[in-house]
Design a protein around this ligand. Structure first.
Ligand SMILES: Nc1ncnc2c1ncn2[C@@H]1O[C@H](COP(=O)(O)OP(=O)(O)O)[C@@H](O)[C@H]1O
Ligand SMILES: O=C(OP(=O)(O)O)[C@H](O)COP(=O)(O)O
Length: 394
């Protein structure tokens, strides 16, 4: 990465405004997955050990510029304190007199967490006044919020114009791993694209066709490609207006010599339910009133073989409706194949794929699970991430 990191600057005695992505899933006020908090610990621990006065800032959810009580960061501060094994001071504001006083009280190695920055309308508008107010709290800006790096907001982008601005370790690792995957990949390089968000993933598929040796398609978005091949898809997920684009991708793959893998068989169901009637059918025989909710057994073996032979695999999006056990086999097979393939470097992006890997108990067998869904997709599309662009060059 050509951006400065916290290793390149002196942090001792400095007030450091560190933007993290503590946008964790919550249920009834409790954190259900603290992965994103743990992912920021190396940076926070480094700042503590090197005598910085640490001011952490994050968003949680989408409160749209208003105070939403359930989206306060108190539970996050508590969890962070437990993980660090030291107290974390939490303010009920992110700017203003209460915050200034709390910052003035910080000693070297102390940690303060500001309130949800999205309680302020200026955050998402990247308001220069709010950015300046954040900057006035600190001497140095550190961005470790990879998951929010595709957002040009006051605490992710605007503030970087007012202070020396460097990357944290999580940001550095994400950019390096994803960057290496795209610029200098170990081959064979395979991308597996699944899930349901056809529109969001079209740009990624287009960009990946310039880089990969194998492209595997699964999940709900496969059926737009199946339809493009001229097969009936019954009631399966279909984006009618993307059929022509799907055709053009298959042609591009042929031109580029990319092996394009599609399901050869699928599990169809007579309704969208775990206890639906199901059967396995060849891809050209989906009954008109059934819907395909998972890849079939032959496809699972085919995809497993491709994964085994790959040196690098980037995976985004489940192969079926894995939330229902009946349709989780395809996604589980891909996850297991990645876990077993010792010579294959595996990169997982996207909230649902990461959740699937976690659910199967295979998370620690993956080489890199990105903390950013949207951010990793935009990065793979070749887009510049504003939160990274704004940091100081090396
Ligand atoms: N065949 C399918 N039909 C309908 N939905 C599907 C199918 N396969 C996967 N899905 C759904 O796709 C969702 C995930 O899609 P997406 O958000 O694009 O993935 P990610 O979050 O990993 O990027 C899951 O909730 C899953 O149930
Ligand atoms: O959860 C996030 O994005 P993700 O679900 O795409 O990984 C980030 O915290 C960004 O949140 P946002 O999409 O509300 O800007």
């Amino acid at each position: 990465m050509n951006k400065k990191t916290i290793r390149d600057v002196e942090v001792r005695g400095k007030r450091v405004f560190c933007r993290v992505d503590f946008n964790v899933p919550m249920e009834a006020g409790a954190i259900t997955d603290d992965t994103r908090i743990r992912a920021a610990l190396p940076t926070i621990a480094y700042l503590i050990e090197h005598g910085a006065k640490v001011i952490l800032a994050s968003h949680l959810g989408r409160p749209k510029g208003k105070v939403v009580e359930e989206l306060r960061l108190d539970a996050v501060a508590k969890r962070l304190g437990e993980l660090l094994g030291r107290p974390v001071v939490k303010t009920d504001e992110a700017v203003g007199d209460e915050v200034k006083a709390a910052v003035a009280n910080l000693h070297e190695g102390d940690v303060l967490l500001l309130e949800n920055v999205r309680f302020y309308p200026g955050e998402e508008k990247n308001d220069p006044e709010l950015a300046r107010a954040f900057a006035e709290l600190a001497d140095l800006y550190v961005n470790d919020a990879f998951g929010a790096a595709h957002r040009a907001h006051a605490s992710t982008e605007g503030i970087a114009h007012h202070l020396p601005a460097v990357a944290g370790f999580l940001m550095e690792k994400e950019i390096e791993v994803l960057g290496k995957a795209l610029s200098n990949p170990d081959r064979p390089f395979t991308a597996i694209i699944g899930g349901a968000k056809v529109k969001d993933k079209i740009g990624v598929i287009d960009n990946l066709l310039d880089k990969v040796d194998n492209l595997i398609i699964g999940g709900g978005l496969a059926y737009t490609f199946v339809k493009a091949l001229g097969h009936d898809v019954g009631k399966s997920l279909l984006e009618e207006d993307k059929i022509e684009l799907a055709k053009s991708f298959m042609e591009k793959a042929k031109e580029k010599g990319v092996r394009f893998y599609m399901p050869v068989d699928v599990v169809v169901a007579d309704r969208f339910a775990n206890d639906a009637n199901t059967k396995v059918v060849p891809i050209d025989a989906i009954p008109s009133d059934w819907e395909a909710l998972d890849i079939g057994p032959q496809t699972r073996e085919l995809y497993r073989d491709v994964i085994r032979q790959s040196k690098l695999v980037v995976w985004n999006g489940p192969m079926g409706v894995f939330e229902m056990e009946t349709f989780a086999h395809g996604t589980r097979t891909v996850a297991e194949a990645l876990a077993e393939a010792a010579d294959t470097y595996s990169v997982i992006g996207g909230g649902d794929s990461a959740a699937a890997v976690e659910k199967f108990g295979l998370a620690d067998k993956m080489d890199h699970i990105s903390t950013g869904g949207g951010a990793s997709l935009e990065f793979m599309e070749g887009k510049q991430l504003p939160g990274v662009v704004a940091l100081n060059d090396k």
